[in-house]
Design a protein around this ligand. Structure first.
Ligand SMILES: [Zn+2]
Length: 426
């Protein structure tokens, strides 16, 4: 977990980048409001179908609509919403015949909006609501029956660029400068195998970033993920380019080598190494013996991750180790996770992917406090998991590499352009 008070990207400079293929150019600005204002200017005006503002009646003979928008509050049901508007229960039972209304009633979310078209005589003429981010249902209720209209509201992805310099803390000041937490997390995820964002950042580190924004009907909904990032950490520059392989989005370096390593350096969340590899006095047995793994102190219940893809070869109790899981990763490599409070949902023989939760931190077996005891063995020989050097994953080859180059060229060009402007301004 990065220390929020130490290093921060501050808005180093405002860039006048007008790159081809960039729909919206945004820069980390000292005044986030200015950045948002720039967004607004560069967006063509489009009509938004807001629940509260229905489109005008299509013909003169259509009765005037009277839509009322209500926001669901805690404890409300579809029945109480109808009652509050003076609508009879029979009206609700009629619209409940529409499957989407049934689904809506079954899981009515606090804060979601429904719009009711109510006739002067108090009867229900229409109902409008969103089933999800991209789909809106509109019902026209008449004597004859209920007409259902589905309005598709497709999401649009736009590419945005940003850059910044680390002055104190990545997350705290990144947020202040206008980068959302999801974008920061996406950047950390892309580079987590090369940079330890909790310990490695220094003032003067800097980055360029290409990420996505999701828009709908001319309205910015939220940020998407990072497409490309270049991060200079203590003088070393790392580049991560997103590319989809076999339906999975992964990050690769400039040569098309996956950034994801075969093993996580730290198979636990929010960990703190309390006992390193090597000789020490055993805290319970109180005598010197080789400590064959790494201990990570963490609260009971903290998820423990599979360090790499593998197969479960043991999941149960071992004397001294308590609740233990052992994974076989092939090539003679096994990992062991001990003192769990609870085992994960995986049984012996099952395959697990890297990062899967295989258990939870505890103090079962011989342990003085809650911690994960983690071992890494190569052909039965214990290795220091923090130091062991592992073969790099294979780079993309042949047609896949060509496809990677083609697919990532635009984002790479965007990164280069931000970098050029920064250099020119130095
Ligand atoms: Zn240990």
């Amino acid at each position: 977990m990065p220390n929020p008070s130490r290093y921060a990207p501050t808005a180093s400079r405002v860039l006048g980048v007008a790159a081809a293929g960039v729909l919206v150019v945004s820069v980390l600005s000292i005044v986030p409001a200015l950045e948002r204002a720039q967004h607004a200017q560069s967006v063509p005006a489009t009509t938004t179908i807001a629940l509260a503002l229905p489109p005008a009646p299509v013909n003169a003979t259509a009765p005037t609509e009277d839509w009322r928008t209500v926001q669901v509050r805690s404890g409300q049901t579809l029945g109480s919403l109808f009652a509050d508007l003076g609508l009879p229960a029979s009206a609700m039972h009629r619209v409940l015949q529409v499957p989407e209304v049934g689904q809506l009633a079954a899981r009515l979310r606090i804060g979601s909006e429904l719009a009711f078209d109510i006739a002067p005589d108090g009867s229900l003429r229409g109902l409008r609501f969103d089933t999800d981010e991209t789909r809106r249902i509109e019902l026209a209720v008449t004597e004859a029956g209920i007409e259902r209209q589905i309005i598709e509201r497709p999401l649009e992805t736009r590419t945005v660029v940003a850059s910044g310099e680390i002055r104190s803390s990545l997350f705290a000041d990144g947020a202040r400068a206008g980068l959302s937490a999801p974008v920061m997390n996406s950047m950390v995820q892309a580079l987590q195998f090369d940079i330890d964002f909790a310990q490695d950042l220094r003032a003067g580190d800097h980055f360029q970033l290409v990420y996505e924004e999701l828009w709908r009907e001319g309205e910015r909904l939220r940020d998407g993920g990072v497409v490309a990032v270049r991060f200079t950490n203590q003088g070393r520059t790392f580049t991560a380019l997103r590319f989809e392989r076999n339906g999975n989005r992964e990050f690769f370096d400039l040569d098309g080598r996956p950034l994801r390593k075969n093993f996580l350096r730290t198979p636990i969340e929010f960990a703190r190494v309390t006992s390193g590899f090597g000789s020490r006095r055993h805290p319970v047995l109180n005598r010197i013996r080789m400590h064959r793994g790494v201990d990570y102190a963490a609260p009971i219940g903290t998820p423990i991750f599979a360090a790499g893809d593998g197969r479960v070869t043991f999941a149960g109790w071992q004397s001294g180790f308590g609740r233990t899981v052992i994974l076989d990763h092939g090539n003679g490599i096994t990992t062991l996770y001990a003192h769990m409070s609870r085992l994960g949902a995986y049984r012996v023989g099952q395959r697990v992917r890297q990062g899967t939760t295989i258990g939870y931190v505890g103090m079962s077996g011989l342990a003085t406090g809650p911690h994960l005891h983690y071992e890494f063995r190569v052909r039965g020989v214990h290795k220091d998991p923090l130091r062991v050097t592992l073969p790099k994953p294979e780079p993309l080859k042949g047609p896949l590499l060509a496809e990677f180059r083609r697919a990532t060229a635009p984002a790479l060009a965007q990164l280069e352009r931000i970098g050029d402007v920064q250099l020119a301004e130095r």
